[in-house]
Design a protein around this ligand. Structure first.
Ligand SMILES: Nc1ncnc2c1ncn2[C@@H]1O[C@H](COP(=O)(O)OP(=O)(O)O)[C@@H](O)[C@H]1O
Ligand SMILES: [Mg+2]
Length: 259
């Protein structure tokens, strides 16, 4: 089925010196899913995101997106193809407003970016207006519109993590990769993040999600793949993965899977 080839990671290996961060790792993600990628610290999850986004060339293997290899596509081309991501560590411009932060993310869709458009005279600013409108839509989609003119540095941590997602959405992705969206987010804000991600998915964006908060993962994801030491140790529905002894074993000494 064509949808099964939405995202396909085939035998990918990444080495950092003597360390195998990913070893012949393969997995398929279907279009429309919220797919969880879990595993203990150092398992290779962020490395896989970097490979899919084009920040890292694997030493072996290939990534297919929507039926074709994206191996030779540089990072910006993958954004155009519909792959967007957030980073494990918060990356926002604290001295820009919330709206401006999202406008920065829109630049990939336009010939001239946010930074050059603000330096242009008023009659050349139609593009900036368009960017502003798209950014505002993304803030509405992530329920941050009431904060549009607040400096990003004044947001709560949970809101700032949502702002990063709004900025990633500015590129109109088909696949959104979220690296630990609720790490460090206070419990009271976690439910809101879950609703935002569900809403994005319901609007047609497939989501690949790395997260250590197992309650969050189990509630949100349709399918899960589990990495440990760069290798796939389990995959399937949340129920299957939760009951897999190999997963419980990998998490011994970490937080319990049912936490
Ligand atoms: N740029 C790098 N240089 C050297 N080692 C790295 C680099 N990035 C990641 N690693 C190592 O690769 C392994 C996988 O890292 P990472 O993908 O960040 O794990 P995870 O996101 O699952 O916690 C770890 O042992 C990490 O220390
Ligand atoms: Mg990581």
């Amino acid at each position: 089925m064509a949808s099964e080839r939405f995202l396909s990671v085939s035998d990918v290996s990444v080495r950092f010196g003597g360390l195998a961060a990913l070893s012949s790792f393969s997995f398929d993600m279907r279009e429309g899913a919220i797919h969880g990628l879990i595993g203990p610290n150092g398992a290779g999850k962020s490395t896989l995101f970097n490979v899919i986004a084009g920040l890292l060339q694997p030493s072996a293997g290939e990534v297919f997106f929507r039926g074709r290899s994206i191996q030779r596509d540089p990072r910006h081309r993958r954004v155009h193809l519909g792959i967007a991501r957030t980073f494990q560590n918060l990356q926002i411009f604290r001295d820009l407003t919330v709206l401006e932060n999202v406008m920065v993310g829109c630049h990939s869709r336009f010939r001239c970016g946010f930074w050059s458009s603000i330096a242009r005279p008023p009659h050349q600013r139609r593009e900036e207006q368009q960017i502003r409108e798209i950014a505002m839509q993304k803030l509405e989609q992530t329920r941050l519109q009431s904060m549009a003119h607040v400096l990003a540095g004044n947001l709560s941590f949970g809101q700032a993590k949502i702002l990063e997602i709004a900025r990633a959405l500015a590129a109109d992705p088909k696949l959104l990769m979220l690296d630990e969206p609720v790490a460090g987010v206070p419990h009271a804000e976690v439910g809101h993040m879950m609703d935002v991600i569900k809403g994005i998915n319901a609007a047609g964006v497939s989501v690949l999600l790395v997260e250590h908060n197992m309650n969050f993962v189990m509630k949100l994801c349709d399918d899960i793949v589990v990495l440990n030491y760069g290798r796939k140790i389990s995959e399937g529905s949340t129920g299957q993965v939760k009951a897999d002894p190999a997963v419980l074993q990998a998490y011994l000494g970490e937080e319990p899977v049912d936490a």
